[in-house]
Design a protein around this ligand. Structure first.
Ligand SMILES: *[C@@H]1O[C@H](CO)[C@@H](O)[C@H](O)[C@H]1NC(C)=O
Ligand SMILES: *[C@@H]1O[C@H](CO)[C@@H](O)[C@H](O)[C@H]1NC(C)=O
Ligand SMILES: *[C@@H]1O[C@H](CO)[C@@H](O)[C@H](O)[C@H]1NC(C)=O
Length: 274
């Protein structure tokens, strides 16, 4: 980073009001570094970063999860573990601090490309760099699904999502159970059953499917439900969204994956704008 930009950033940090890092969305995440780890310790206690879930008095909601060592990883009890390493540090004489990161592409809030479950799509290059930004950005619905079932055809029917709706974020029991805030992977999460996925593909105009745990597909139908969604290469799956404390309804959805050439998944930053 250019020194001038660094200076600007420091100056901005100085004028940001001091706020506690704990929020209603991240009250007790184990392993979440609280502000004291990030603030510059020493005399100057005013240098405390402002961590937010909601911006502009409720106009913008951040629906991506913060990456932490203790966020869940598929089929593991250990969480994702260390994913950041400070490889160059100012305390050790480097010009700047510089970290490296390493993490599976399907970690935290992330997107699936068709190559995730179709080998011939993978080989043909249907990676995250080919995903349609028009699908990933635009008006859409946040809906609550019944808490006592996985998402079957019957459940899909009962939601009565109008034709023409192209983007839907499905909030489920996973949010109530705060599964994304638990380190241990929980295979009993709610997701789509094969017939629910098939019903969506055949009877709706939905092209962006979002859900609140690591997979859109219920564990018992992991492969079949993904296959239904991804076969047509039109539907984009966004997983592990943070949908706590947001009113159901219509929002402008904005999701941007990284342009990882050859990757069948990517971390994605998603926000909702009222
Ligand atoms: C820079 O690296 C040092 C460790 O050498 C660390 O204590 C400090 O927090 C880092 N600063 C930033 C801005 O990350
Ligand atoms: C700085 O250097 C010391 C000694 O080589 C090493 O033990 C330490 O891990 C380094 N710290 C960082 C943040 O690079
Ligand atoms: C959803 O399916 C999973 C298995 O994939 C099961 O463990 C869980 O109990 C089901 N959830 C509900 C609410 O029926």
């Amino acid at each position: 980073m250019k020194p001038i930009l660094l200076l600007l950033l420091c100056a901005t940090a100085l004028i940001i009001p001091s706020l506690s890092g704990a929020t209603s969305s991240y009250p007790t995440v184990p392993g979440t570094v609280d502000t004291s780890d990030f603030s510059i310790t020493g005399e100057d206690k005013t240098l405390i970063p402002n961590r937010r879930e909601v911006y502009g008095d409720g106009r913008i909601f951040d629906i991506s999860h913060r990456y932490t060592t203790d966020m869940p990883a598929a089929e593991s009890d250990e969480g994702i573990g260390q994913f950041l390493w400070l490889t160059k540090s100012m305390k050790n004489g480097s010009l700047g601090n510089m970290s490296e990161m390493k993490l599976p592409t399907h970690t935290g809030t992330h997107v699936d490309a068709p190559g995730h479950f179709f080998d011939h799509y993978y080989d043909a290059g249907f990676d995250v760099d080919t995903l349609d930004l028009e699908v990933l950005n635009g008006p859409g619905l946040l809906v609550d699904v019944p808490r006592d079932k996985n998402i079957t055809a019957e459940v899909m029917k009962s939601l009565n999502i109008p034709k023409g709706v192209r983007r839907v974020l499905f909030r489920t029991l996973n949010t109530d159970r705060r599964l994304m805030f638990k380190k241990e992977f929980d295979a009993s999460y709610v997701g789509f059953m094969r017939d629910g996925a098939k019903w969506l593909v055949e009877n709706t105009d939905i092209k962006l499917v979002g859900i609140d745990y690591l997979s859109v597909a219920a564990y018992d139908d992991l492969s079949p439900a993904h296959l239904e969604f991804l076969e047509g290469r039109e539907i984009i799956l966004v997983e592990s969204l943070k949908l706590d404390d947001i009113q159901p309804g219509i929002y402008s959805i904005h999701c941007l994956p990284l342009r990882l050439l050859g990757a069948e998944g990517s971390p994605i930053r998603c926000i909702l704008i009222k």
